[in-house]
Design a protein around this ligand. Sequence first.
Ligand code: ZN
Length: 219
Amino acid sequence: MKLEKAAAVIVIITGLLDLVLRLSTGAWLILSWVVAVYDFIISVPFLPPILTLILGFAAGLHLGVRVGAADSSTSSGSVGMPNRIYGCLEINDVLWKARADLSNLSVSRLYVESEPYCPECNTVLDGDTVYKSAARQTNIWECANCGFRTERESDTKNKAERIVERHFRQITTNQDEDYAYGNLMEKIEEDDREVTGESIWNEYVSTVDDEYLSTDCFV
Ligand SMILES: [Zn+2]
C-alpha cells in the first residue's frame, strides 16, 4: 500500500513538473514572439506612428460608441414612453391646449396655454369686451379667422388646469386601468400607430367618458 501511494505521488509530481515546464516554455515562446514583433515594428521607419494612429482611432471609436450608448439609455423613464403628453379640453365651447412634461413617469410640469383656441378652425382666440349699452357689457372670445364668437367666462383657464391635471395624473399613476399609460400605448401599437404625446391623449379620450375631453386641438 505504502509503495503504491509513493508511486502515485511521484506520478502526480512528475505530471505537475511537466505541466509547469510546458507552460513556462509556452510563455517564453509567446514573450520571444512579442519581442520579435516589437523589434520588427521599431525597425521599420514610419510604422510605429502609423500603428499608434490606428490604435488611437480604434480606441476613440470604442469610447465614442460607449458614450453614445450611455446617452440614449438615459433619455427615457420607460421604454417607448414619450417624455411629454399633450392634452385638449373643450370648456364653454372653446378649446384649451395643455401639456404635461413627464419625469420618471410622473408629471413634473403642467402647462396650459394662456389663450384658448377656436373650436371651428383652431385659431388662437382674442378676448374682447362688447358693450350692449352703457350699463351692460359682455366679455367674449372672438376668432380673427372665422368670426366665431362666444361668451367669455372668467377663470376658465384655472378650471382647465385643474381638470387636465387630474386626467394627466390618471394616465401616469395607474397601472391596471384601461386608461393607464401602459395599456394606452399597447392599444396604439396594436393599431400600428405611432406612440406620441398626442396619440396617447387621443387614445385616452376614446377610453374615458368625460364631458370636457376633446381631441379637436390636434387636427
Ligand atoms: Zn375660427
